[in-house]
Design a protein around this ligand. Structure first.
Ligand SMILES: *Cc1c(COP(=O)(O)O)cnc(C)c1O
Length: 402
């Protein structure tokens, strides 16, 4: 009885670190400590009548097919929902599947989307190129000023989609201000929260309706699997979003869900360490004679420093560097690094550096690249778990080789 009365039985009273270790656990009759891995596609039923009732939705929480219902995927979804403070969540095969389903589940032909133009490449493609093919027009705006969203809203605008901080230049969008604008027009606000992570920025609390993650990034954080997740109210998640997932099938595999649920156990430790190192790298390189500017949300030189301090409880695991001397200098630096790997992924235990203008943003015209700050000398660094002294020494050596 004493254990039954323990207030910590209520998951909502536990700190995030505790939720991410224990949240959502469903022990099998074997009482295993680690989460069980239910690697199954279907389920058998004790009787035809049971199956009939299950398909009528009369047995809550029942599973009938792993495209949309699997216990291991449930563990990951519940754990993430606890961290986010969301009523419900659905896992997806990738971050792009999560974003695409979040957006498409909220629109019909004839509707309109407003989005900030500084977006992860795939997200921008979905909003700018893909949705108009199906009769959903979109307007991209400079997300740094909320007034640009207000000016772009139309009577048929159903979705506002933003990412903050943005990839790769770490610009910010004021989530609360944009949520108010979206809601005044009857639109939902969807926030891609990959760069800040669920630990350091809470879009739902600031007014967002849906939050998306590429779980491939900090949630796995060890470069192993792809995954995505969308979180929000029961109404939005269990309504159109669930139907979209169920009927189109961009489902998260139970194996990947298991890897991601285990990744969440260590995410606070990893992300905190990586964030501390990112801040140290930003401080070490700011003012270096070969560096035009260092972009880091919690560095006082960031143009939106006040908003970064108000909206994010830490500055993220990414740093952008604008190197003097353009592409040649940026390549010379990257090619001289011994610890930091050249790679376009992010949020990994291994530090990764990328030259957006020739990789992730090569698809855009030069004018479109410059509009979002992707200059020839820009490098994006995802700071990993190596010693920050080694990372700084590696970067200083690279700068010397220019
Ligand atoms: C990586 C990423 C995505 C896409 O996720 P995948 O898992 O690679 O499909 C979407 N948005 C942002 C901000 C990302 O960093």
């Amino acid at each position: 009885m004493s254990k039954a009365n323990n207030p910590l039985n209520d998951p909502a009273r536990r700190a995030p670190e505790t939720q991410l270790v224990h949240g959502g656990v469903m022990r099998s009759p074997f009482n295993e400590t680690s989460e069980a891995l239910f690697l199954n596609s279907g389920y058998s039923y004790p009787s035809s009548e049971h199956a009939e009732r299950l398909f009528k939705g009369e047995i809550p929480g029942a599973h009938n097919y792993s495209r949309f219902a699997n216990p291991t995927v449930d563990v990951f979804q519940t754990r993430m929902a606890l961290l986010e403070g969301a009523e419900a969540a659905r896992g997806f095969a990738t971050g792009m599947a999560a974003v695409t389903d979040a957006v498409m589940s909220q629109v019909r032909a004839g509707d309109h989307i407003v989005a900030s133009r500084a977006l992860f490449g795939g997200c921008r493609f979905v909003v700018e190129d893909f949705m108009p093919r199906y009769g959903v027009a979109s307007t991209l705006v400079d997300g740094r000023d909320p007034a640009n969203f207000a000016a772009a809203m139309q009577p048929n605008t159903k979705v506002v989609f933003i990412e903050t901080p943005t990839n790769p230049t770490l610009e910010l969008v004021d989530i609360k201000a944009v949520a108010d604008i979206a809601h005044a027009h009857g639109a939902v606000l969807i926030v891609d929260n990959v760069f800040a992570t669920a630990l350091y920025q809470k879009p739902l609390a600031l007014g967002a309706d849906l939050v998306t993650y590429s779980a491939t990034k900090h949630i796995d954080g060890q470069g192993r699997v792809l995954g995505g997740i969308v979180l929000g109210s029961k109404k939005l998640i269990e309504g159109d979003l669930h139907t979209f997932l169920r009927q189109t099938g961009a489902s998260l595999s139970p194996f990947n869900a298991w890897v991601l649920a285990k990744g969440l156990e260590t995410m606070p430790l990893r992300v905190r360490q990586m964030t501390d190192s990112a801040a140290a790298v930003a401080n070490a390189l700011a003012g270096h004679p070969k560096v035009e500017r260092v972009i880091y949300p919690h560095h006082p030189s960031h143009p939106q420093y006040d908003l970064a301090k108000a909206q994010m409880s830490a500055g993220s695991t990414l740093v952008a560097l604008e190197i003097k001397g353009g592409q040649q200098a940026a390549f010379a630096l990257s090619d001289a690094l011994a610890v930091i790997l050249i790679s376009n992924n992010l949020g990994d235990a291994k530090s990764l550096i990328t030259h957006p203008a020739t990789t992730t943003h090569a698809r855009l015209t030069e004018a479109a690249r410059l509009e979002v700050g992707v200059t020839a000398g820009l490098l994006r660094l995802s700071v990993g778990l190596e010693s920050s002294d080694d990372l700084i020494a590696d970067l200083l050596y690279g700068l010397d080789q220019i």
